[in-house]
Design a protein around this ligand. Sequence first.
Ligand code: S3P
Length: 170
Amino acid sequence: MPEQTIILVGFMGTGKSTVAELLAERLDLRKIDLDAAIEADQGCSIPELFSGKGEAFFRQVETDVLKGTLDEGGGIVVATGGGAVLAEANRAAMLNAGLVVALTASLETILSRVQNDPNRPLLQGNAAESVPKLMESRRHAYDFAHQHIDTSDKSVEEIVELIVQRMKEK
Ligand code: S3P
């Protein structure tokens, strides 16, 4: 059997990085955080990349790093950034590489998790205004995933067990 690849997608603040960490541990896979891989590739932080080179450049790097990560082969859990699903090529690459799990959360939960976070350039200023708008514009962006899990009222352990359980049922 080929080594497993699990890709977590979802809006900012849905818990992708935290869930990826525990899921990787649980399944004895390697965790890769796409934003961290982009920062390592570019030698600067995500906010620096946005302010220095702009969002379009960031998206291109995101696509390249995602492709490079998935091309390396399986045995990984990948936590993607919230906008990694926007490019059709990225969605196709993810579906082709393995199991895509979308994490969701209520607006209130997301706001409580992301408010005042300086590391999210798209939410600078008034997050209470920008989050609902961005969520609305991405309402169907995560529909393509194989699994969907609302993380609002679940512990990280519960979410991981749910993913593993559903994988067994397949
Ligand atoms: C983004 C989400 C961020 C990061 C960048 C853009 C987005 O990742 O990739 O700030 O467009 O939703 P997280 O979802 O991990 O915050």
